[in-house]
Design a protein around this ligand. Structure first.
Ligand SMILES: C[S@@+](CC[C@H](N)C(=O)[O-])C[C@H]1O[C@@H](n2cnc3c(N)ncnc32)[C@H](O)[C@@H]1O
Ligand code: SF4
Length: 410
């Protein structure tokens, strides 16, 4: 089952925010994340807040059902409109993620997007993305999404090799994600991403290279490459503990990252965040950039997290509890915290250091600055940006990003 939520103070029943959260809101971009908490089967490595039909059976009944989900989620968007009040900001980005959004009918995803459009309005150049599992879409489905206003799509490819897909419990066949890219282009999607995972037990350097080459070979304008994280409580963690599959080590991850950067940059993709590459600035995921830069975003759906003006809150995790709260006219918020200036400083370093531009050195305290000078001497930070007052990672620094961040926040 998915991991647990943090503690926090209670969210008021009407979801209202402290007045401070809305101060100056008109000057900040607003983004929506819409979570779809359903999957056909659970991949052994995944601890996202998602539920298979079997996992839902006997818990939540009709309330948790996929059939009513789009309407329930639209209720939360209407609640957001009340909480944010007469907000003049048209929405810059909408990102539908999961779970498997494309387990719902295309019309349901469009219905959810329409709710945002009706309540808030969309910016003329709004980026509207959905995640999609390759086995769950086809040309008609993609055309319906495009006609409904989606202009970016992100497919979970993970690997081009059957034996790697098998360890990951993926149900699509090799080649299907690449075909999806062609279908998405034919349907008129301007922006297409492929997600890849490296470091799966049993994957070789050659397997990884083949996956990258298969991905870039079909010309998406964005590729995300994630090191496999073995999350506590997942089936994969249990299999590793029982010795059924080997654990991959950090050196393997580092080698695979170098291969990723070599193949992707050789094919015209430029990194703009440690795990993300795009062929141009227009190909970058604006939604994630807004998130990394601390904009206001409202996360709707079970377990979704939100952030508005320094207040962070999160929803109840179970789809049944989520629908029950909204059905009774209550906020589905389970807890919240008001970020202190120190929380915001640390968070900015955590998120911005992973970006190509890095983070301003004036966010660092004396101990962090001393660590910054050491990282510079060790070749982990780039001297050019450093001289201009920014801590920006070198390629070697990207391999050790988590450790560099830990030192800089001191
Ligand atoms: C939230 S998932 C949902 C997308 C979609 N359901 C899918 O799996 O294709 C988005 C991406 O997160 C990545 N991911 C999920 N769990 C991961 C893990 N434990 N380690 C590394 N990447 C992970 C996968 O690349 C996946 O495509
Ligand atoms: S399909 Fe995606 S969200 Fe669903 S279990 Fe697999 S990785 Fe997780």
């Amino acid at each position: 089952m998915p991991s647990v939520l943090p503690d926090g103070e209670p969210v008021p029943e009407d979801g209202s925010l402290p007045a401070s959260a809305l101060d100056g809101a008109g000057d900040r971009p607003l983004a929506f994340y819409l979570h779809v908490p359903y999957c056909a089967t659970r991949c052994g490595y995944c601890d996202f807040n998602t539920y298979t039909a079997t996992e839902l059976r006997g818990s939540g009944g009709v309330l948790a059902s996929r059939d009513n989900y789009a309407e329930t989620l639209a209720d939360e968007i209407r609640l957001a409109r009340k909480v944010l009040g007469d907000d003049p900001r048209p929405v810059r980005t909408v990102f539908v993620g999961g779970g498997t959004p494309t387990l719902l009918a295309a019309g349901d995803l469009v219905r959810m997007l329409d709710a945002v459009r009706e309540e808030f309005g969309l910016a003329d150049d709004a980026e509207i993305t959905t995640e999609a599992n390759p086995e769950s879409v086809g040309p008609e489905y993609l055309a319906a999404l495009r006609a409904g206003g989606f202009n970016r799509i992100s497919f979970g490819m993970q690997s081009a090799r059957q034996h790697v897909l098998k360890v990951l419990d993926r149900t699509h066949t090799p080649g299907r994600p690449e075909a999806c890219v062609a279908e998405a282009r034919a349907a008129g999607f301007e922006h297409v991403n492929l997600d890849l995972i490296y470091g799966t037990p049993g994957e070789s350097d050659d397997d990884w290279r083949a996956s990258l080459e298969a991905a870039v070979g079909v010309g998406p304008d964005h590729v995300s490459a994630y090191a496999l994280i073995v999350e506590e409580g997942t089936q994969l963690a249990r299999r590793i503990r029982r010795g059924e599959v080997p654990m991959t080590d950090d050196d393997v991850h580092a080698d695979r990252y170098l291969i990723a950067d070599e193949v992707l940059s050789g094919a015209g993709y430029e990194w703009y965040e440690v795990s993300n590459w795009a062929t141009s600035e227009a190909g970058r995921c604006l939604h994630n950039e807004l998130y990394w830069r601390g904009a206001d975003w409202w996360g709707a759906g079970p377990g979704a997290h939100s952030h508005v003006g320094g207040v962070r809150w999160w929803n109840v995790k179970h789809p049944g509890a989520y629908a029950a709260a909204l059905g009774q006219g209550r906020s589905p918020g389970a807890g919240r915290e008001v970020l202190t200036p120190e929380d915001r400083r640390v968070e900015r370093i955590l998120l911005e250091l992973r970006l190509r531009d890095g983070c301003p050195l004036d966010l660092l305290r004396p101990a962090g600055l001393a660590a910054g000078r050491r990282a510079l001497a060790d070749g982990l930070l780039d001297p050019g940006p450093y001289a201009r007052g920014r801590a920006a990672l070198t390629l070697r620094g990207r391999l050790l990003a988590d450790a560099v961040v830990r030192d800089l926040v001191d």
